[in-house]
Each structure stands twice: as C-alpha cells, then as structure tokens.
Design a protein around this ligand. Sequence first.
Ligand SMILES: [Zn+2]
Length: 351
Amino acid sequence: MKVIRFYGKNNIRLEDMSIPDLDKNEVLIKVKKVAITNIIANEYFYGPYITKQSLPIIPGHSFGGIIVKVGEEVDKNLIGKWVSVLPLISCGKCYYCKAGYANLCKNLRYYGLIKQNGGLAEYVKVNTNNIFILDKNNIDKITFIEPLLIAMNIFDEITSRYKYKFPDKCNLNILILGAGAVGFLTALVWNIFRKEDNIFINDLFLSRIEKLKDVMNLNSDYNINFTEKEYIRKDFFDIVIDTAGFEPLALEPAIQEGFKYLSRGGYLISVGLYYNRIEIDQGEMLLSNKSILTTTFYKKQTIRDLPKVLNRLKFDFSKLVSKIDMKNVLSKGFYKAHIDKEEFIRLEVIC
Ligand SMILES: [Zn+2]
C-alpha cells in the first residue's frame, strides 16, 4: 500500500509498505478521509517538535474510513462500518492514567503524532478501543471527531477551574482566537453546554469567519458572535482561548495579544502550539492576576459525551472543507495547508 512518511523538516516521502497484519483486538481501516491540520503543516515547515521522538512517522491524527477486516476476537459485523479514529493511546497503569488524566500518560502515544503511525496511508490498523462508529448522518464529521474531543476537554477543564475561582459569576465573556477546527468547535461546545455565556470568535483570515457565518447562520441553534480584530474589547473577557498557535503571518502571537483582551483575574487558555519562544509581560500578569492555563489532547471520559454533543451539531460540515487527492499531497498538500488557509476551515485528503 502507499503511505506518506514524515522524516523531518521539509522531508516527506511517498513509500510502499505492506498492509499490516492484525492482532486479535484490531481492525483494518481503509482510510477515506484524513485532515492535513495546521500542526502537521507546522511540523513539516518549522518542526519537528511534537513528532521529534517518533520519526519517521506516517502523519495524520484526524482521520477515519471503512472497516474492511477484523482481528480474531472482534465482532465481524463491524466490517463495512464507517469509523473515525480516536487517536490517543494511554498505558492505563501510570499515576496520570489512574487519576483520569490519560492525556498526561507517561507512555502516551497518539496516532499520526506520537510513536504511532497515522492516517496518511491506504490502510491503518487500529485497536477496537480507538474507533468511534459513525452513523450515516455523521460521516461528514469524520475528521472533526478528534478536534471535537479536544474542544470538549478545553470546555471541561476551564469551566471547572473558573467556577472554583469565581463560583457566583455568571454570563461569562469568552473570546476564542483562531477559527480552525478546534476554535470553532470550542465555540459550539461552549454554546451547547453554557447558553448563558457570550462567545466571541476571531480569526486572522476574515474569509474563514465569513465561511463559518454562512454555514452557521443557516442554523439558529447557535449564539456565537463573529468579531473582527478592531472591535475586540480590551480588559473585558473572563476567558480567552488561544487555539491559533504559531502563525507566521500574524503580527503578534495570539497568546500575547490575548492578554490584552483579558479582564482582571481572567484565564488565558493556551491550546495552539508555538514553534518559537514567546515573551510574556509578567508584571501585567501578576498585578491583574491573569493566569495562563494549558490543556492538551483529551481524556478518556471525554469520549462518553461525544454522541450527545454530535447530536447537537446539525449543520453540514462538508461546507467547511477543502479537498485534495492523495496523489497531490506531496506536491501540493502541505503548501496548501500552509498558504491557502483562508480558503477552508479544514483541509481533507480524500483517499
Ligand atoms: Zn499512563
């Protein structure tokens, strides 16, 4: 089978590999869609950072397809089902796993990013613990399941900590910087669980905001404010979430900019990854008690609420996607993911 392997900065190769044999608890997936995410493009152009200990690796952490073969102990009825891959693999034995933080596992693996080959391949073998079966209505969301879990984890971690600090504050003002998959899904998840809060979302590229507006205005279930940078209020937001991370076209890193919008005692949530060092004004942080929190990946218990949240996401996700063929990934895919960002929320390779 054909695979794309990442060897390091500016070094990806199209290679032949044999189709993997299955262990008794695994399924073989014929990959249908895989996202070339910002993180994959950044690893290629500026990294390796997150993949550094795992090279060479087949990238692709948001992907899925159809089950075509199952291991000895797996239900044969799964053959033919559409699935999205839940990429996090934890050991279940270390302190963090036992405490419910699989995302901090000391032996963490993650399909397509950390010590485990991912989706830029014709076939991928996956443990049954790492599949999420999609019904017909949700096949358009196949590459959005992973960022949705990340968004749900952001919501979960932040609300519990904020409530601990300011238990009686209601109608929070939330600002999300970056309207990629994680950014806009965080806005949606927030809106599903806490209708009383005011959610604002901004992106460096106005066309991405326009695209989201178009798709979501058709659906009055959501109350999300799309805002241009010059209208964002300073010293105002209780929570600012930086999902943008490293962006070479930005005049200022979103994490630095985010501090200006934060009100006293507020939390800046850093989710996007940076490939360079960031300067922070410690005096400003201290005197107004602004804090930085990070959240990473998702926890096992996050998966439990996934069907409930998916049921609430009623619009057509395919309108947020640009597509590219597998054969064009090497010549165009990574550049497109990097340079044509204003054209899409998600870039999907169709296999
Ligand atoms: Zn562990």
